[in-house]
Unconditional design. Structure first.
Length: 137
């Protein structure tokens, strides 16, 4: 690409140098000016093409950077979501296990106290009434 640019610049410079030697108002000079004008337009188009290509490269690199950022953000969200799920699961298990352990401990103590098979103490009677009720089928 740069070879074409250098070659075109060289041809334009040569035509400018040749233009100085031609007579003003001659047909050869007007043809040379026309050729020089065409070459200059080609050079301008070449510059525009280079600028457009560079803009596309920059846009692609920015899009790649944005895509990488979005991917990193999604990964962090997934990681945060999985941590959140595990915390919620742990809290759910704790909500189930702690009351069961509490009820189990107090039931053992109450049954130990009431060995004869009848519940006579008012503390144990009230404690049984405070346990979470179960639906009867």
């Amino acid at each position: 690409m740069s070879e074409i640019k250098n070659l075109l610049d060289g041809v334009i410079e040569t035509e400018i140098e040749n233009l100085k030697s031609l007579e003003t108002g001659s047909e050869e000079k007007s043809k040379a000016v026309s050729i020089l004008s065409t070459l200059h337009k080609l050079r301008i188009e070449e510059i525009k093409t280079e600028i457009e290509a560079e803009d596309k490269r920059q846009r692609r690199s920015m899009e790649d950077i944005d895509r990488e950022r979005e991917e990193a953000f999604r990964k962090s969200q997934l990681k945060d979501g999985s941590v959140d799920r595990y915390v919620k699961l742990g809290l759910g298990v704790a909500e189930l296990m702690f009351p069961l352990m509490f009820y189990n401990t107090w039931m053992k103590m109450g049954f130990e106290f009431e060995k004869e098979g009848t519940i006579t103490s008012s503390v144990f009677k009230n404690l049984i009434n405070r346990f979470k009720p179960c639906r009867k089928g």
